[in-house]
Design a protein around this ligand. Structure first.
Ligand code: NAD
Ligand code: 13P
Length: 578
């Protein structure tokens, strides 16, 4: 990577600062501006500026002492260069400034002098002492003394190094020249953190005012998974497969994946498996389980939230002030919360309570099937593309196909709402009805999922989201094979047999520690529908909620239009107590 110092590496032009130190700031600035405005050739302006500055070697030493490198660097540039160096990237400085002023900065940044392209001052030497005494202009033979010097310097670097990619980072129009000539750089990144030039921002392929966004895109991320249920374990296994064997130096992800397991941490660390939630499937040698959620997130750059939705808020409160600044999150949780202000998605809760970006991963992902490496698809819904891309690399496996979707709210609402429809599908199975009836539930369910998501977030939710894995894909999978479907089938059979069982009893009995999300989600969504008088607009959701709460028999599920219109008497005796 090549970079141009003033405005890119430093917050000020070295020569202007030296002029200020020597008491000729205004005159030198005038000459600098003449060169910038193109009314004076670069080399003439440099010559005249040096004449005005007229410093001695001891002046220069005093100047460098008064302005140590750390006081001059642009915010975040040292961290960026360190991150790149850790990944084995060679860094060059190409500057129209002077080598004599740049030397301490290059050495502070760990850049060898052989990789600094800059102008050189000419000195008059004392024949007797052999020491420089007086500044007498500069070496006009250097590439950087002339216009087009930067692309020529890059061409020279390429001549002696077989680099496949050279990236130029700069803040000026002359830096952009690096990509505009053959043999120059392959990519230009514009930086506007010190001087923002609209023309550079417009033409740069990548533009930033904050180096931390580049650091984020390059970091060796530490990953923490918050939750240890079946899906959390399947997700951890995929992540661990992607990070295993990656060293600390040249990779994007740290090798170790930390997983917060409240009660199974010892078993996971001893056997490599979660014997309760994901038995028989090894999570990976690079997975370490911890008992405390604070320990799991300490130092982590990427937080994967995957736990039943009813616990997320409490965990977020516990994590307040404990999360690394700049960390990014992704939520795999399917569910929502209803507050006095209205519905709140889990990703919104994470974002608001922890102050960090939060993507979502949603799709047709029955945990055990993903654990068995059966081909599955998912989407990552993102607001920030850079975060979405990092998480896509973290999850993508040959058997787990991830696509990016710029509709995080639509994707998350799909994952949440399909759990209600899955209850309806389970009721159809409990009624011993066949595929035609289940298809009717799935079709109406999809329609209401889309209607509800668009009614809540009309300008954000996209129609095509419902055709993705998070939409129709997850709906089909969950209505065939999910736990909500399974428990609803048993609940329906028990109700029809005259020996009704409660949802919580069946959850404990059938799911062995896993949590049923559909019933609570149905109640939460119904609160939103009732508050907005939308019950008849969403007849299937309403009817399923009435069945779940014992106000209608399970057989009403296919008569959802009538079901949603049936008057609800306040003290109405439930048909089947949940
Ligand atoms: P789960 O539903 O099996 O629940 C078990 C988890 O809940 C364990 O991590 C347990 O530690 C945690 N838990 C229990 N009581 C808790 C408490 N009081 N406080 C905090 N945590 C507690 O977990 P899962 O299967 O990993 O599902 C997590 C989320 O992912 C859910 O929203 C689910 O809808 C979604 N999801 C599940 C699957 C799947 O196939 N299982 C697939 C996709 C999405
Ligand atoms: P259940 O929670 O109904 O098992 O669904 C799992 C899931 O979300 C599959 O994508």
């Amino acid at each position: 990577m090549a970079s141009r110092p003033p405005g890119t590496i430093t917050v000020n032009d070295g020569l202007d600062l030296l002029a200020e130190f020597m008491g000729c700031k205004e005159e030198v600035e005038e000459l600098t501006n003449k060169a910038m405005d193109g009314v004076m050739p670069l080399n003439t302006s440099l010559e005249e500026r040096l004449n005005l500055i007229n410093c001695s070697p001891s002046d220069l030493r005093a100047f460098l002492k008064a302005h140590p490198p750390a006081s001059r660097l642009a915010p975040g540039v040292r961290e960026l260069i360190r991150t790149l160096q850790k990944r084995g990237v060679d860094i060059y400085l190409i500057s129209g400034g002077f080598r004599e002023i740049l030397i301490p900065i290059a050495s502070y940044l760990g850049i060898p002098m052989s990789r600094v392209f800059a102008n050189r001052m000419n000195w008059q030497w004392d024949d007797e002492t052999g020491e420089p005494t007086k500044l007498v202009g500069f070496d006009v033979s250097q590439l950087t003394a002339h216009n087009q010097g930067k692309p020529q310097a890059i061409a020279r670097i390429r001549e002696s190094n077989p680099y496949t990619t050279v990236v130029m980072v700069g803040d000026g129009i002359t830096d952009l020249e690096a990509v505009q000539v053959s043999g120059g750089a392959d990519l230009f990144i514009g930086y506007g953190g010190v001087v923002a030039r609209p023309a550079v921002a417009e033409q740069a392929e990548w533009y930033t005012c904050d180096y931390s966004s580049l650091v984020f895109a390059l970091s060796c991320y530490k990953v923490a998974v918050i939750g240890s249920g079946a899906w959390a374990c399947a997700a951890t296994r995929m992540i661990a497969q992607n990070t295993v064997g990656q060293g600390e130096t040249a990779s994007e992800f740290a090798d170790e994946v930390r997983i917060w397991a409240r009660s199974q941490h010892e078993a996971i660390n001893e056997t490599g498996e979660n014997p309760v939630h994901f038995p028989g499937i090894s999570l990976g040698p690079n997975v370490r389980a911890v008992a405390s959620v604070e320990e799991a997130v300490a130092d982590a750059d990427l937080l994967v939230f995957c736990m039943p939705h009813q616990y997320v808020q409490r965990v977020c409160k516990q994590l307040l002030g404990k999360v690394k600044p700049g960390a990014k999150a992704i939520s795999l949780t399917k569910g929502m919360r209803v507050t006095r202000e209205g519905p709140q998605l889990i990703s919104q809760m994470v974002r608001r309570s922890l102050g960090i970006d939060c993507c979502v991963l949603m799709g047709a992902n029955i945990a055990e099937d993903v654990g068995a490496e059966q081909v599955s698809e998912a989407v990552i819904g993102y607001s920030d593309l850079a975060s979405g891309e990092v998480f896509a690399k973290l999850f993508e496996r040959p058997y787990f196909r991830v696509s990016l979707l710029p509709d995080p709210m639509g994707a998350e609402l799909c994952g949440t709402l399909k759990n209600i429809v899955a209850l309806g599908a389970g009721m159809v199975d409990g009624l011993d009805l066949g595929p035609n009836s289940k298809a009717a539930i799935i079709r109406q369910g999809l329609k209401e999922m889309r209607g509800f998501a668009k009614a809540l977030f009309p300008s954000a939710v996209r129609d095509d989201t419902f055709l993705e894995s998070c939409g129709v894909g997850d709906l089909v999978a969950t209505c065939i094979g999910g736990r909500n479907r399974r428990v609803a089938e048993e609940w329906t059979r028990a109700a029809l047999s005259g020996s009704p069982r409660s949802w919580s009893d069946l959850e404990t009995d059938l799911l062995k520690g896993q949590k049923l999300q559909g019933v609570s989600t149905s109640n939460e969504v119904q609160e939103v529908l009732a508050a907005r008088n939308w019950e008849q607009r969403f007849p299937l959701f309403t009817t399923i909620n009435r069945i779940v709460n014992g106000h209608l028999p399970p057989s009403s599920v296919l008569d959802y239009k009538e079901g949603s219109r049936a008057p609800l008497v306040e003290e109405e005796e439930p048909l089947v107590l949940p």
